[in-house]
Structure formats: structure tokens, C-alpha cells
Design a protein around this ligand. Structure first.
Ligand code: OOB
Length: 548
């Protein structure tokens, strides 16, 4: 059978010389998702692969489920190469469904459970997807209602598959089909899935990851995070995030033949009983959750002594918070500074404490090229702050179907402009010092200021709006919208309800709304939105200091 899976367009592929180099180095081994999952199903057939809710699947059972669903999807009329938006929470079916998509050479597009119609419709259009997989209900939200709206808005979305009661749609549990209709394994260089970007400017972009590049990233992560067949890895953050997916994530754990435990929520209440019962050895958290866990650990009756490595990433963990986390949980801390576009940095498990507490780690690979440059692109000396640019064996060379973003976000020679400002130490460890783009990092969820401003501007009583990040003791950053009202001033609650009503994830609703008469008092002539946001933020923080 010819290979139907999407290839990355020529301009955004790794050039041949890099392909040769990454292969010669043994990073890209020609492995594929269905290939390794099938192999584990035979080698680790009776080991427990996935635990969640009442389900405990062995590796053999997971593969059987994946093949059943894969065959069923093809029997329903999907064809290899089709894109499928997957919006599932931390349930075993998440892993079975994506394994099935890989098996059938269908391409998952990962939405978070928090995403709502506007976002899911955007992913569907951008990916030209024809199918949507959702849960009947997750965290009290009925996704079948969203599916109906989605089909009305995106006619190309022909198929809806539901985990749980499917109503008029097709139930995942009922799928079945001929196994001999399943395709062979895909080209390792083809696109395995599309991941969602944090969305630093405007709407989220889609990130094409190949089998070769992604498998390398979690195989290499396993070594650096101490994951082996005896490990028990907990998914506490939403499973669709890159961090719990691949750093080392549940895919790393499955690659190692380890056990994956899905926690229904990220907080101590949901997670601690499972840590104790399953003897969890490794978990990844964002900084506010790590602090919650550390505080709760001193008071809980649950036995957390199995925890060996607590990973913290997604947002900056300041040294003082790092000390509290270590004191509270008593296990090894590992800082993780990564991005869905590729590059992931880890502090090493045997790094001196000082580096673990004060840096965000160093790249996975010797072939990760890291540049720290000034505003004009000239390299800065070690220890100085500059823009982080990177390219390497698991960092994309371009977004899916987005020429404008590609021109902005990649240099001519293929470096990704991360938007992060960092300091590099002579050891190669990076310290994240802020960022050059205007997004809000709200407890690890990235919110584009521009996207929220656009939604606020659509309100009839908003004359102008600027959204900025404000430091927050718990979240790290919260969002604050400065709004110049129109003829009458709406109530803040009304504006928040407006943003939510536009079909957006709840985490994007501004935490705070401040009405102002005008913007940019010190500005002469036209200033950029970036400068404007910076001025508003500075003025607000000054006023708070004076008031406090
Ligand atoms: C992870 O991925 P994304 O794509 O949601 O967000 C990437 C951005 C980075 O560019 C940086 O601005 C920020 O999140 N970030 C951190 C950080 N980890 C991520 N900023 C400071 N300190 C850290 N430790 O967030 C992600 C992907 C894979 C592994 C871990 C995190």
C-alpha cells in the first residue's frame, strides 16, 4: 500500500544533511508509534500499561483495544491520512483512541478538555479534520452539545465518536471492523499528530510532529528522568499537554514498558490516593500545583514514599518555591523547561542541588542547537540575557499550514524563535528570565493577549482593550484586561461572561478587568501594542505598590 500519511511540506522539512546527521547519531531510528506499541504488546503482554478509573489494561489489552477502535474507524469511512480532533480528559480511552489513530494512520489533533467551540472549530478548520472524538461528559461539561455546534459550524466535520453514551453519534465502545483492512506501519518521517501551540500571537497554531522526532524526544527523556520498566508514571496535568505526554510523559512510560496512572485531577485530593495505591514513582506538575502538593504532603495520611522524581515545568519555578517543594515532598526535584514545538531542557537527576534549584535545566540532546542572541540577532556572552533560538532533532522547522507564523517564528536557517528570554550558564544550563512575546502564562496555560483583546473588542461597549500579565502569588501570572469603555461602562462580570460566551476555554477569561479613560499617557504618537501593554502593566504595578 502506498503511504497515505501527510508529509511535512518540503520547505518545512529538516534538510537532507540534518536527516542524515540525526540518523547517523542514532536519534532517528525509523521507529513508529504503532510499531513500538505492537512490540510492547507482545514483549510486556501481561504487564499493566494503563490505570484509570476502574480500568486496568495490560499492554496486550491496550493493543487489542487500539486495533478494535482503529478497524472500527476505518469501517466508518475514515481513510488513512484523515485528521481527527481528539478532546478527551485523563481517561484510559484517551490512550486507546490515540493508539488506534496511529494504528489506522489517522492523525490526531489534540484539544484540551478546557477548549470550547471557538477553539475546537479553529483546530478543525486549520487541520482540515473530518472527525471529532469527545467524551460524553467530563468535569460536568457535555461535549455532545459542543459536537452538535461544531458540526453546524464546520460542515467538513462529518464524524463524531463519543466515549460514553453517544446519543445520536457513534460510540467508541461499539466500534469494530475488519483487522485485515488496517494499513501497515507509517513512514517514520510522516506527521504522527498535530499538537496545539501555546498561542503567543493570536490563535493557536498547529505543530506537526513526526514519529521519528517525537519518539526520539521521549526515548531520550526516559534516560534523563529515570524511567524504566519498573517505573509508575502519573499523568496529573491534562494528558493532551506536551509535558505529561512526552517529557517523559505517558508515551515515554509506555515506550519503557512502565505503568501509566491517569489521575482524574491534578490536585492532592485526586492524586494522593492514587500515588499511594499504585506506588507512583514520577509525576510532572506546574509550579502552583507543586506547591499545593508540597503543602498537602505534610498533612496527608496517604503514603507518598514511592515518589522518586517530581518534575516541575510549564512555567518558571523560582528558587524559593523550588526549596519549598523539595522540603515538602522530600523526593528528587527535576525542573523541565520545554515547548510543544520541540526543545525540552531538564535538570539532571545528578546535578548539584544549586543547579536544580536555580536553573531550568539543559537540552536533552547534544544535537540541540541553542543560540542566545540580542535584539539584532548577535550572540550574547554566557550569563547575559538574550532571546532563545533553537533547532534540533525534535524541534519543528515550521507550523502546519501557516506561512505568516512561519516567517515570524523561524529564521532562514531553520532556528525556532522561542520567544523566551534566557541566560545560559557555562554548563549549558538555562535560566528563564521572561519572554519577548505578549502572552500570559497562567499556571502553565498560555494565553495570547491579542486573542483575548480581539474578543473584548467585539463587545459593543468596549472602545479599546489591552490584556497584560500581572504577577500572581499562586498562579505565577494572571491576566488583566485594561478596557476603555464605550458610551456606557459594562460591569466586569458582564465582560467576563462575554468572553466565556464567545466559546473560549475558561482559563482565557480575564482574571481582572480595569477600566481606564485612555491608554499610553507617556506615549508620543503611535506606539506598538507591545509597548502599550508594557506601559499599562508598569503603571498598574506602580499604583498597587503605592496603594499597598
Ligand atoms: C510547555 O509547553 P508549551 O508549549 O505549553 O509552552 C512553552 C512555553 C515556553 O516557551 C516557556 O515560555 C514556558 O512555556 N515554559 C517555562 C517553563 N516550561 C515552559 N517557562 C519557565 N520555566 C519553565 N520550566 O509548557 C512544556 C512542554 C514540554 C515540557 C514542559 C513544558
Amino acid at each position: 500500500m502506498s503511504d497515505p500519511t501527510p508529509r511535512i511540506p518540503l520547505l518545512q522539512r529538516w534538510p537532507d544533511a540534518f536527516v542524515a546527521r540525526y540518523r547517523a547519531a542514532g536519534h532517528w531510528r525509523g521507529e513508529t508509534f504503532p510499531g513500538f506499541l505492537r512490540e510492547r504488546a507482545s514483549r510486556c503482554a501481561h504487564s499493566i500499561a494503563v490505570v484509570g478509573g476502574d480500568t486496568r489494561w495490560t499492554y496486550a489489552q491496550l493493543w487489542t483495544e487500539a486495533e478494535r477502535i482503529a478497524a472500527g474507524l476505518l469501517a466508518q469511512g475514515l481513510a488513512p491520512g484523515d485528521r481527527v480532533v481528539v478532546q478527551l480528559g485523563n481517561v484510559p480511552e484517551f490512550i486507546a483512541v490515540v493508539s488506534a489513530l496511529f494504528r489506522a494512520q489517522l492523525v490526531p489533533v489534540y484539544a484540551l478538555p478546557a477548549h470550547r467551540l471557538t477553539e475546537v472549530a479553529h483546530f478543525a478548520r486549520k487541520a482540515e479534520a473530518c472527525a471529532y472524538v469527545c467524551a460524553e461528559r467530563y468535569e460536568a461539561f457535555d461535549y455532545r452539545a459542543l459536537a452538535r455546534q461544531l458540526q453546524a459550524e464546520v460542515p467538513a466535520m462529518r464524524h463524531v465518536f463519543v466515549v460514553g453514551d453517544a446519543a445520536e453519534f457513534v460510540s467508541i465502545a461499539a466500534l469494530d471492523g475488519a483487522r485485515d483492512a488496517l494499513p501497515g506501519d507509517p513512514d517514520p518521517q510522516s506527521v504522527a499528530f498535530l499538537q496545539i501551540s501555546g498561542g503567543s500571537t493570536g490563535l493557536s497554531k498547529l505543530i506537526p510532529r513526526t514519529h521519528d522526532d517525537y519518539i526520539y524526544s521521549f526515548r531520550a527523556s526516559n534516560d534523563l528522568c529515570g524511567i524504566g520498566a519498573d517505573s509508575v508514571y502519573m499523568v496529573a496535568l491534562p494528558a493532551a499537554h506536551n509535558f505529561p505526554m512526552s517529557s517523559p510523559g505517558f508515551f515515554g512510560a509506555l515506550y519503557a514498558g512502565a505503568r501509566v496512572v491517569l489521575s482524574p485531577g491534578p490536585g492532592p485530593d485526586a492524586a494522593f490516593p492514587l500515588v499511594a495505591r499504585e506506588r507512583v514513582t514520577c509525576v510532572g506538575l506546574v509550579p502552583p500545583l507543586a506547591l499545593l502538593w508540597a503543602d498537602a504532603a505534610g498533612k496527608t495520611a496517604f503514603d507518598l514514599s514511592s515518589l522518586q522524581v517530581l518534575q516541575v515545568g510549564g512555567a518558571k519555578l523560582v528558587p524559593e518555591a523550588a526549596r519549598r517543594v523539595v522540603a515538602g515532598l522530600g523526593c528528587r526535584l527535576q525542573q523541565v523547561f520545554g515547548m510543544a514545538e520541540g526543545l525540552v531542557n531538564y535538570t539532571r537527576l545528578d546535578d548539584p542541588d544549586e543547579l536544580v534549584l536555580t536553573t531550568q535545566g539543559r537540552p536533552i540532546s547534544d544535537d540541540d542547537e541553542v543560540l542566545v542572541v540580542d535584539d539584532h540577532g548577535a550572540p550574547v556572552a554566557d550569563g547575559e540575557i538574550g532571546h532563545l533560538l533553537t533547532r534540533g532533532p525534535y524541534t519543528i522547522r515550521g507550523y502546519h499550514n501557516d506561512d505568516a507564523a512561519n516567517t515570524r517564528s523561524f529564521t532562514d536557517d531553520g532556528f525556532y524563535r522561542t520567544g523566551d528570554m534566557v541566560q545560559r550558564l557555562p554548563s549549558g544550563h538555562l535560566i528563564v528570565q521572561g519572554r519577548a512575546t505578549d502572552h500570559i502564562n497562567r499556571a502553565g496555560e498560555k494565553i495570547s493577549a491579542e486573542e483575548i483583546e480581539d474578543h473584548l473588542l467585539a463587545h459593543p461597549q468596549v472602545f479599546d482593550a489591552a490584556v497584560v500579565s500581572i504577577p500572581d502569588d499562586f498562579l505565577g501570572e494572571r491576566s488583566c484586561a485594561f478596557v476603555i469603555p464605550g458610551d456606557t461602562t459594562p460591569r466586569p462580570a458582564e465582560l467576563k461572561a462575554w468572553v466565556r460566551g464567545r466559546g473560549l476555554a475558561a482559563f482565557k477569561v480575564p482574571d481582572q478587568i480595569v477600566f481606564v479613560d485612555a491608554f499610553g499617557t507617556t506615549a508620543v504618537g503611535k506606539i506598538s501594542r507591545r509597548e502599550l501593554r508594557a506601559q499599562l502593566r508598569a503603571r498598574f504595578l506602580d499604583e498597587q505598590k503605592d496603594a499597598g
